[in-house]
Design a protein around this ligand. Structure first.
Ligand SMILES: [Zn+2]
Length: 748
């Protein structure tokens, strides 16, 4: 058995300082490969420019073997492959105590649904396994491939065995009848304590003598906590008992993550490479723990069309995001996954306005043109004297038959989906022209406002839309008192209504922020009106307020270069929403594709959604010191400097798809300063390999901006495509991949 508990414990008050949470190679390991063994050291030298190449096509059984020549604690591995082609198709990682008998730690096959080998644009592959104490590690190929294997770096997550390793000094106790979620909370606590070299067992309540545990007895379970809602929790200690409790299973899981954060664990971005694990567990930290928390927003959500996987879901859960969605049916996959029982069960996500179709644009879902237009053209809008159909047309909202069908369809839908707690009544996307029949126009009032929208003058139709929604909501309230009707402030119904002053209290009004400047709301001319409009919506008596943002939408991702500017604006606006406008639900549309390239902004999001009163300075210090380690000072300086430049140059970022890196940000004066900060950071990172990788990602974002802006005269290819929406980020990623193949310029 590989997992071995260290029994000889030496008390050590002055813990040895272990750098980072990865093993450092100082020439003290014996490393070999069955192919091209002479240069295998290139993989472990902490230098991403030196690569080991297997030389021939990958064959089953090819391997890299490491003898640490001592016992080490390991729990994960991050491989950096040299290009986007020469990666292993299937890998087994095994361990041994004697170099003869091997035990599999993990086995992963690419494209497998649940445990894929994940290759980001950065060509990193993350593997994780149970914390184990071993002497030998082997990385083996288990599927052949016509291409050779090229690896430029390998980071082994873990630490040297030291006095920090502790075992059996604490225990985790959960109820006999623990639900899958509570059991999972215990497993997560066990797993991350194990990564700190602190091994504990999990017991279901029964006969257990707790006096044998010298440190703590962790007790996880639900209780009755008035005022803590569904997600709030308490963490308290009495003697050596540490109790994590809340009203729901998820509150206990959230409380467990908070406990781990108190111990120093962070989930900055998905996958092992985004975690920060302290070197050891210092029990006394918990002697006076007394935490009681409830979230700032009931729903805290991300909506991303495409790039979800299990690790990203887990990153959300660990950071207490409870509303996750997509528009390509991911939620069905997600909700059907048996693993969902471990993270609260599907009802939890339904109740938290999870993105369940037909959430969002639903007119066509309830009143499909294909079904009704032929026989009932009067259900559809009268435009220029003619009834007009089509999937994205609106409906004639004043037609009593239309209202009747809406209600029937919603009731039918709710009876088929009893877990559903939120239903959207939202116009179709795109169609700006609404019905011009006399009855509809009358609802807008005698003097309707018009606004310029998408380069045409449009009649504002908020009042007539709300008349429809009000009628539906009133009847839903009678029949389904626990169901909310979600409506939207968007497009030609974004301005608050003129006449309607009150709506039923089962209505959630979601204000969409498409096309707004990213600047703090109300601080620039371009978004002053939005503050007034939001206030107008907030003044309507009855409903709850929600915000649907597009804060991370920009495909060109200028926030890669100036994350602090966006983070500052974000902290400010979330506080304003919560404290001044009483917003209860928040979701933002964004792009996972660059999350691991830009963790600060995403991480700020999850923290501020939980607590808008976040202590900014403490937060930044924590992030920079843990994420950039020894390189935190120059990297902090770089990002602060870029933020100041956005302010100085009055750069306006807009929340929509097209927002290229601004030229004003970079000039001949600033470039050598940035170059120097990166060089300093790289030097300071020394052998902290994962930190080096993180800095390199930031450096590439900067290189990309320079190329994009044609500051580097050598490469004009990127500039020519700047009007191709959607291509930009792909080009950025390809640029990175290409650069990895060729020799690198500048700092690297
Ligand atoms: Zn009409």
């Amino acid at each position: 058995m590989i997992m071995k508990y260290v029994t000889a414990i030496v008390f050590c008050l002055f813990l040895s300082i272990v750098s980072g949470k990865e093993l450092t190679y100082n020439g003290d390991w014996s490393i070999e490969s069955n192919k091209n063994s002479a240069v295998i050291g290139n993989v472990f030298d902490g230098n991403l420019e030196t690569t080991w190449n297997s030389g021939t096509a990958q064959e089953v059984g090819d391997n890299i073997k490491i003898n640490f020549n001592k016992e080490v604690l390991v729990y994960g591995l991050v491989l950096t492959v040299a290009d986007q082609y020469s990666f292993p198709r299937a890998v087994e990682i095994s361990a041994s105590q004697d170099g003869k008998s091997w035990i599999t730690l993990t086995s992963e096959k690419n494209y497998q649904k649940e445990t894929p080998i994940r290759i980001s644009a950065w060509n990193t592959l993350n593997f994780s396994f149970k914390s184990s104490i071993i002497k030998y590690l082997k990385i083996s190929i288990t599927e052949s491939c016509g291409l050779p294997l090229k690896i430029s770096g390998c980071s082994i997550l873990g630490q040297d065995i030291s006095d920090n390793i502790k075992t059996d000094r604490s225990v985790i106790i959960i109820p006999q009848s623990a639900t899958p979620t509570i059991a999972f909370a215990a497993e997560e606590l066990q797993k991350y304590l194990g990564r700190m070299g602190y091994f504990v067992m999990i017991h279901k309540t029964g006969k257990i003598d707790t006096s044998r545990y010298s440190d703590y007895v962790f007790r996880l379970g639900t209780g009755n906590a008035p005022g803590f809602g569904t997600d709030g929790y308490t963490i308290q200690n009495t003697g050596k008992d540490i109790l994590v409790s809340g009203n729901s299973d998820m509150s206990v899981l959230y409380g467990t993550y908070t406990l781990l954060e108190r111990l120093g664990v962070r989930w900055f971005c998905p996958y092992e490479e985004g975690e920060s694990i302290p070197d050891s567990f210092l029990p006394r930290v918990l002697d006076k723990i007394d935490i009681a928390e409830t979230p700032s927003f009931l729903a805290r959500g991300f909506v991303e069309p495409y790039f979800w996987d299990t690790q990203k879901i887990m990153w959300c859960v660990r950071n207490k995001i409870n509303s996750m969605g997509t528009n390509v049916g991911w939620n069905y996959l997600f909700l059907a996954n048996p693993g969902i029982e471990k993270i609260g069960g599907k009802d939890y996500y339904y109740a938290n306005a999870g993105w369940v179709w037909p959430n969002s644009h639903s007119f066509n879902y309830f009143i499909p043109t294909s079904k009704y237009f032929k026989d009932f053209p009067e259900y559809f809008p009268l435009i220029d004297g003619k009834r007009v159909g089509g999937d994205w047309q609106q409906v004639c909202t004043s037609n009593p038959e239309v209202i009747k069908i809406f209600k029937e369809k919603i009731f039918e839908y709710l009876s088929k989906n009893p877990s559903l707690k939120v239903v959207s009544v939202m116009p179709n996307d795109g169609a700006l022209k609404w019905c011009e029949c006399e009855k509809c126009r009358k609802l807008d009032g005698p003097d309707p406002k018009e606004i310029s929208h998408c380069n045409q003058m449009c009649r504002l139709v908020t009042d007539r839309y709300l008349v429809l929604a009000r009628e539906i909501a009133e009847e839903v309230k009678q029949k389904y008192p626990n169901v909310k009707i979600q409506i939207f402030a968007y497009s030609v119904f974004k301005a608050p209504p003129v006449y309607i002053k009150e709506m039923p209290d089962n209505v959630i009004m979601q204000i969409c922020q498409y096309g707004e400047p990213a600047q703090i709301i109300g601080t620039v001319d371009e978004n002053k009106y939005m503050l007034e409009w939001m206030q107008g919506w907030a003044n309507i008596k009855g409903p709850s307020l929600s915000v649907y943002d597009y804060f991370l939408l920009r495909e060109e991702h200028p926030e890669l270069h100036t994350p602090l500017f966006f983070t500052e604006a974000l902290f400010h606006k979330l506080k304003l929403y919560r404290n001044n406008l009483n917003v209860k639900y928040y979701q933002t549309q964004f792009a996972w594709s660059t999350q691991n390239e830009n963790p600060l902004l995403f991480y700020s999001y999850v923290k501020a959604l939980w607590n808008v009163e976040i202590d900014k300075n403490k937060f930044y210090n924590d992030f920079f010191s843990k994420y950039y380690g020894k390189a935190s000072v120059p990297m902090g300086k770089y990002f602060r400097m870029m933020m100041e430049r956005v302010k100085e140059k009055n750069i306006l970022y807009v929340n929509n798809y097209n927002c290229p890196p601004p030229k004003d940000l970079y000039d001949a004066e600033i470039i050598p300063v940035i170059d120097k900060l990166f060089a300093d950071a790289n030097k300071l990172a020394d052998k902290e390999f994962i930190v080096k990788q993180r800095i390199r990602r930031d450096w590439y974002a900067y290189q990309y901006a320079k190329k994009y802006l044609n500051l580097n005269q050598k490469d004009k290819s990127l500039v020519s495509s700047k009007n191709n929406k959607g291509l930009i980020i792909k080009q950025y990623l390809f640029y990175v991949a290409d650069s990895l193949n060729s020799s690198m310029e500048g700092t690297w």
